[in-house]
Write a protein that binds this ligand. Structure first.
Ligand code: UD1
Length: 417
């Protein structure tokens, strides 16, 4: 079992390029299944979740090759519309293949995604939307059999909550459906816009992405194309958080500051200095940073739930008391116990965490419990005095491409053993 050993307290300095976005790469890999001809996806992060997505494509009969952060997918020979249970379990977000599989083959058999480390992960919004589009769904022993005997047709769908995955899944099913689909209360995350940009380059007819109302006019056929995946905004936020806990000064290259709305605001409230030109973000933090009175996770353009844990890690050593409210997922404070063992003063009650800043954290052995919670412990370890031994890092490897290499480039003392 691999672990990361961090000798904390080193001020981070220097520059590093930001990887491509996992949450954009996954739906776009799924979308590639809808096309004839080859799609070439550049800037694809090399991560266990991306490998799992490639395995789903391969098991469906696609040719899928990854080399140097470029994945090429040829989906002309799809014959199987079943997502293997093992891959469903390996990656909860494999549900994102349902819409594309239905759009391409008119059927899909997959395991029901149960609870995950963030709490229950329902898919009711996805399924209700597909039913409106003409899909029949049968559930037996945790297996969902979805079929569209008369093909998929467009529909007016109002989402009760702007779910990212449901919005993407509906878009994937709608691009080849007959007629128009309108998604009201759609998610507005930048990764939705990235998916729409790829699909449009393949010939899809989509309008309104990035707003709360997306319209999709189905087309007969999509063709593959070459597309560059957007930079990962949560990884960007993680490297900024790492700089903030060490009082560092960093330049992040190949980043997208526009997609970090809501995150850069919070760093500014902490009295960090951020500026950007083109695709470079310049960032500098004094030590300690200032506490943030109140922070609430919200759908985009609000503060993202995926950045909550890493921000909690930064606020542990801020000057003053901060309060964080998690409104998106039920079980997203699992990193707090480990932070407290490192010396943090945090109280949680339900969806609220109150963080009283302490002078410093201390390195101790800690385990990652989920992807972003693990990244929070990594950030905390970089700012802590002494040695942090971080285990269960397979969670971190789901979303961070060579994190130790990136951090060493910024001067951190970190090794993987
Ligand atoms: C995506 C991201 C994840 C991020 C999340 C919220 C990917 C691969 N993952 O996950 O990193 O944390 O958005 O920004 O892009 N819900 C329902 N019923 C549904 C669907 C969702 O009740 O059918 C609820 C969820 O339980 C959760 C909330 O809606 O409480 C948000 O979920 P959603 O936006 O769907 O997140 P994901 O797409 O799973």
């Amino acid at each position: 079992m691999q672990k990361l050993i961090i000798h904390g307290g080193k001020r981070l300095e220097g520059e590093v390029a930001v990887q491509g976005a996992k949450n954009s790469a996954l739906p776009i890999l799924s979308a590639a299944m809808l096309c004839t001809g080859e799609s070439v996806l550049e800037n694809c992060p090399e991560l266990s979740d991306v490998y799992a997505a490639c395995q789903i494509l391969t098991s469906a009969g696609c040719r899928c090759q990854m080399q140097h952060h470029t994945v090429s997918i040829q989906a002309d020979a799809i014959q199987n519309s079943e997502i293997p249970e093992s891959l469903m379990q390996e990656m909860r977000s494999s549900i994102i293949f349902l819409g594309a599989m239905l759009g391409r083959t008119g059927s899909c058999v997959l395991g029901y995604p149960g609870g995950c480390e963030l709490g229950p992960r329902p898919i009711d919004l996805h399924l209700q939307a597909f039913q409106k589009m003409g899909v029949r769904i049968r559930e037996e022993n945790g297996v969902l059999t979805c079929t569209a005997p008369n093909g998929l047709h467009g529909a007016k769908i109002h989402l009760q909550f702007p779910s990212v995955g449901a919005t993407e899944n509906i878009m994937l099913a709608a691009v080849l459906a007959s007629g128009e689909t309108v998604i009201a209360n759609a998610a507005r995350e930048p990764e939705i816009v990235d998916l729409a940009k790829y699909l449009k380059k393949c010939g899809a007819c989509i309008a309104g992405e990035g707003s709360g109302k997306i319209s999709i006019q189905g087309v007969k056929k999509l063709h593959g194309c070459t597309y560059r995946i957007m930079p990962d905004r949560i990884v960007t936020a993680t490297w900024l958080a790492a700089a903030a806990v060490t009082g560092g000064t960093v330049r992040l290259l190949q980043a997208d500051a526009a997609s970090l709305e809501g995150i850069l605001d919070v760093f500014e409230q902490m009295h960090c200095i951020c500026s950007h030109t083109g695709d470079t973000i310049c960032f500098s933090a004094g030590k300690p940073v200032r506490a943030v009175r109140s922070l609430k996770t919200m759908p985009y353009p609000g503060f993202p739930t995926d950045a909550q844990a890493i921000m909690t890690a930064v606020l542990c050593t801020a000057n003053g008391t901060s309060m964080i409210e998690e409104t998106i997922f039920e079980n997203r404070f699992r990193h707090v116990d480990a932070l407290v063992r490192m010396g943090a003063d945090i109280q949680t009650a339900g969806r609220i965490a109150v963080i009283h800043g302490v002078r410093t954290l201390h390195g101790v052995p800690v385990s990652a419990t989920d992807l972003r919670g693990g990244a929070a412990l990594l950030v905390a370890g970089l700012g802590a005095e002494g040695e942090t031994v971080l285990t269960e890092i397979s969670h971190i490897d789901r979303g961070y491409d060579s994190p130790e290499k990136m951090l060493r480039q910024l001067g951190a003392e970190i090794t993987r053993v």
